[in-house]
Design a binder for this molecule. Structure first.
Ligand SMILES: Cc1cc2nc3c(=O)[nH]c(=O)nc-3n(C[C@H](O)[C@H](O)[C@H](O)COP(=O)(O)O)c2cc1C
Length: 330
């Protein structure tokens, strides 16, 4: 029997650094990693203390976030010469175990087909909540984004003008509901951090964007009117480019797949210099999410609305430092 190659600590740290660079709802980073040194299985677990009981009661957004981290982990594993074997929800008796990634086999030289552009995009991708220029993203890039979603088990719909308006209307309705619901608004606000705050979670107030002076783009208002913080409205792009990520089923494993697809799409865009931001508001209200269904598809479960285009890079947001040692839960 061939001896198992051993994953060294430096590689493991690189893999985890890639995983946690993933986007997560409100930057909750709702994941935990645990390595079994004997089997070299990296467990990806949910972090139940970092959930959003009001915005995400069934944890769909948490699964999307964890799925995005799993995708980064896969990409990084291949980059560092390992063959990742991913099992989603591997143990029905352990619902907190969302994925198991086995890193037992180094890739042969002829199998190392990692895409350097995508791997590098992991650390370059940041949510950009600023206005974009409106310059259309070229068709071949859109095709790559669509193919990426498909390859990861989801679908990407690029709406026309009417479809875009419809999705923006639903998002605006959700945004309005979120703002007038005091507990929902408070939950969202509790994840916004002041400049210099000593916490690795949440979104620094400096990473938020301005409201749209044209009132066409319902960007999420994370804070409401905050004393001492006034963000003047500015004009956003007139030609809004959106993509709706959807799946054909809506089970827990589909949410994890959708998260991987989301990250594949975001990294593909980033590798081409395209900025992205996420507009998840309508997905958080069952009736509005149902209204976002694409009528011509018999089974369509909307998972995420992605806004994309050219514009300023988003700022880096904090991540929890992993300070890893083998066999330790993180
Ligand atoms: C499931 C999910 C939902 C999100 N919803 C929104 C949203 O509605 N509005 C927004 O501005 N950002 C949204 N984000 C982006 C997160 O706020 C962002 O990923 C997080 O703050 C980390 O920042 P980064 O993406 O720049 O790394 C969402 C991310 C995920 C994974």
């Amino acid at each position: 029997m061939r001896a198992q190659a051993v994953l060294d600590a430096a590689t493991l740290e690189s893999l985890l650094a890639a995983a946690v660079a993933a986007p997560s709802i409100h930057n909750t980073q709702p994941w935990r990693f645990r390595l079994d040194p004997d089997t070299q299985v990296l467990q990806v677990r949910s972090a139940p203390e970092r959930t959003l009981p009001l915005a995400d009661p069934v944890h769909r957004a948490q699964y999307l976030s964890v799925g995005a981290a799993v995708f980064n982990l896969r990409l990084a594993a291949v980059h560092w010469g390992w063959r990742p074997e991913v099992r989603l929800l591997p143990d029905p008796n352990d619902p907190g175990l969302l994925a198991a990634v086995r890193l037992a086999d180094p890739l042969r030289a002829d199998e190392r087909r990692s895409d350097p552009g995508l791997y590098e995009a992991i650390q370059r991708r940041h949510t950009s909540r600023m206005p974009f220029t409106g310059r259309p993203v070229p068709e071949p890039v859109l095709a790559e984004m669509t193919t990426a979603a498909h390859a990861a088990g989801a679908r990407l719909h690029l709406p026309d003008y009417g479809g875009t308006r419809r999705l923006l209307r639903l998002t605006a309705a959700a945004e309005e509901r979120g703002q007038v619901h005091p507990d929902r608004a408070a939950e969202t606000r509790s994840w916004i951090t002041a400049p210099g705050a000593d916490t690795p979670y949440g979104i620094p107030v400096t990473a938020l964007g301005p409201p749209d002076a044209g009132r066409r783009l319902p960007m999420r208002d994370f804070t409401g009117p905050l004393p001492g913080v006034h963000r003047p409205a500015v004009w956003f792009e007139r030609h809004v480019q959106l993509a709706l990520l959807w799946t054909t089923h809506d089970r827990r494993q589909d949410w994890l797949r959708a998260g991987q697809a989301l990250q594949y799409v975001l990294l593909t865009a980033t590798a081409h210099g395209v900025r992205t931001s996420l507009m998840h508001q309508a997905m958080e209200w069952p009736d509005l999410r149902a209204a976002a269904v694409l009528a011509r598809h018999k089974r369509c479960h909307p998972q995420m609305l992605i806004r994309f285009g050219y514009g300023p890079e988003g700022p880096r947001t904090p991540r929890r430092d992993l300070g890893l040692s083998k066999g330790t839960g993180l």
